[in-house]
Design a protein around this ligand. Sequence first.
Ligand code: FE2
Length: 187
Amino acid sequence: MRHHFTIVKHVRCSRANVIANYLDLEHMPAHSGLMACRVMSETGQAACFEITSKVGPLKIRNVHYYEFRPPNQIFHAVESPLGPMYVLSTVEEFGSGTPDVRSEVTVETTLDLPRLLFPARALVERLLRRLNRTVHVEDCAILERRQRLFGDDVSDYLRDEQPLLFKDRFRESVERGGGLPRALEVR
Ligand SMILES: [Fe+2]
């Protein structure tokens, strides 16, 4: 039985920085509770990866499906312990090209709960919102520092040696929408 809810988050950085953070699996262990991440397969804009997280004394492994929908959406599906979960994140940028650039991230979550758990959906939603807040605070620390140091420039993510999901698709997207220094822009 499906339960749907929406979370809106704000961060003081560009859209390109927010999307790059989603695609940068290398930073996952920087989040509390996440231990490791291993890509199992990847195509142009879809990937499967395994995340190991720590819940109390337990190590839990989940397989995640991830899709980049340029220019501004990430679709994420996971077989959670509560049932299948589908998350669509959409990033909108405001104040583009100014020192006041910021982004709004709308996260739409659908949980396919077993009938037995459905009456507890409000509690499950509360727990997921809390988890989301923790991850958001940790990401904001990274993103707002990056924005202060490098501005809108995300070209470091595009280096050959940098592991980033869907790098070619992301490059095309930032070439169209900003996020590269002027010298690297396609004319
Ligand atoms: Fe993150």
